[in-house]
Design a protein around this ligand. Structure first.
Ligand code: SF4
Length: 261
């Protein structure tokens, strides 16, 4: 091999993430938040009022002394960090990117805890492990998405993250897919197309919501242009938070879902 090419390889280093399961993101990444246990009612109300998507809730109980719990809903949070800036040292967004789960309530991060967000394997349908453990083909539907989550999903399959090494790939036709990945808040205009796409996927099939908009409709919550009836009638198998989600969040969530180590 010519010397020039060898030097290019040396300079560029390794061009892929060798271990997707244990990859660590830089400290600057906004992942799972940690909320101080001694946060006051006034502080919690203050950040709750400033949160642009109502992701912060306050629960105060007075039995045997005042107890305050502040929760951040990762299904609504757009990771703007405004609450962290307002209460430095009391709220901290860590670089923990493994925040995908199959239980919506587990996206509620409470004050005074530093527990990872995890998927519950006992709640995963049996056919997901038996059919999709070694190969999973997905059809992605952008239901009024803004292209940010879609770009990260594209990145999940590039040479850097290469989720194809696990047999996980996006396909062009729902008839070739095992499941659907929904991005965007699901607009009225996309609701019928989403249902048609879902119907075209052979059973058994799974549903993944990727990104804040898909999980909760995000900043579009309450808009008359949104129609989320699809989610009222179809159970969701995986929630992947983030605005947009990082490829490692998406890939690790799916690997947990299909039971791969
Ligand atoms: S980081 Fe999340 S919880 Fe905090 S203010 Fe922004 S959207 Fe709200």
């Amino acid at each position: 091999m010519p010397l020039k090419e060898i030097n290019i390889f040396r300079r560029h280093g390794m061009q892929f993430v060798p271990d997707l399961r244990n990859a660590v993101l830089p400290e600057i990444f906004r992942g799972r938040p940690v909320i101080s246990g001694d946060i006051s009612v006034g502080e919690t109300e203050m950040i709750s009022n400033m949160c642009p998507v109502n992701a912060i809730e306050v629960n105060a109980t007075v039995q045997g002394g005042l107890s305050v719990t502040c929760t951040i809903d990762l299904g609504k949070c757009v990771f703007c960090r405004e609450c962290e800036f307002a209460l430095p040292g009391r709220i901290r967004f860590t670089n923990d990117h493994k925040i995908a789960t199959n239980i919506r309530e587990r996206l509620m991060v409470a004050s005074g805890t530093d527990q990872p967000v995890r998927l519950d394997p006992a709640r995963v349908r049996n056919e997901i492990h038996s059919f999709f453990r070694h190969a999973l083909k997905l059809r992605q539907v952008s239901a009024a998405g803004d292209n940010s989550t879609e770009m990260e999903l594209n990145a999940s399959g590039n040479v850097n993250f290469d989720m194809g090494r696990y047999g996980i790939e996006f396909v062009a036709s729902p008839r070739h897919a095992d499941g659907i990945v929904i991005t965007g808040p699901i607009s009225q205009n996309m609701s019928e197309a989403l249902q048609i796409c879902y119907d075209a996927i052979p059973s058994p099939k799974l549903i993944i919501l990727a990104g804040t908009d898909a999980i909760s409709s995000g900043i579009f919550s309450g808009s008359a242009a949104i129609n989320r009836e699809f989610l009222d009638i179809h159970p969701v198998d995986l929630y992947v938070p983030g605005n947009p989600p990082h490829p490692l969040t998406f890939i690790n969530g799916i690997l947990d879902l299909i039971g791969r180590s």
